[in-house]
Design a protein around this ligand. Sequence first.
Ligand SMILES: [Fe+2]
Length: 239
Amino acid sequence: MSRSYFHNGAYGTMLSATTTVLKSIPKSVGAFGALASRLKHTLPDLPYDYNALEPYISADIMQLHHSKHHAAYVNNLNIAEEKLAEATETKNINQVIQLQPALKFNGGGHINHSIFWEVLSPNGGGEPSGDLLEVINRDFGSFEAMKTELSSASTAVQGSGWGWLGFNPVSKRLRIAACANQDPLQPTTGLVPLFGIDVWEHAYYLQYKNVRPDYVNAIWNVVNWDCVSQKLHDAMMDC
Ligand SMILES: [Fe+2]
């Protein structure tokens, strides 16, 4: 997978860190111990300041969301993986199975938020261009139609979850999807995530209270279309 587009600057650091983090899930639990401690997941830095997305997303939200909520997913994922390593080492299949929900929830939370930070930017907003816009027009009719469909899907999530623009590697087409809780898009639907909207209340309640549609409308002002375009390019190259 080519990451050359973002090899320089803050996004390069962010993407590199995210890629490293997401690939750091131990493949050999027999190596539990010193190796496992080296492979712990870590909270990636934001590629911008906590107040950089104002007025659309407040600094208070960003700080809590990143330093508390995302950090908790990372910590709990590491704990679950340590328990998984122990359970696998001792062939405790009951505990291996018991750990799956925690791995899905916290692993999904880590994956989802790592994507979320990088597809937002204080210099974002407006409309996509180039290949991304062409594919959006082909699959949705227009950018506005895609925006409306993703906004509606995100707003309609019952309880906590995410709305996603994803790429189907089989049909080679873009799709809108919604996921409950922290279910990660690719492992649960097969779609490659390009852009996601976190509609957990922790993502907007401090600023928008219960008016989720206002938050969803506002987030379009800070979409990092360059990053979304690169994700589409990478997904198409991986097919
Ligand atoms: Fe979140």
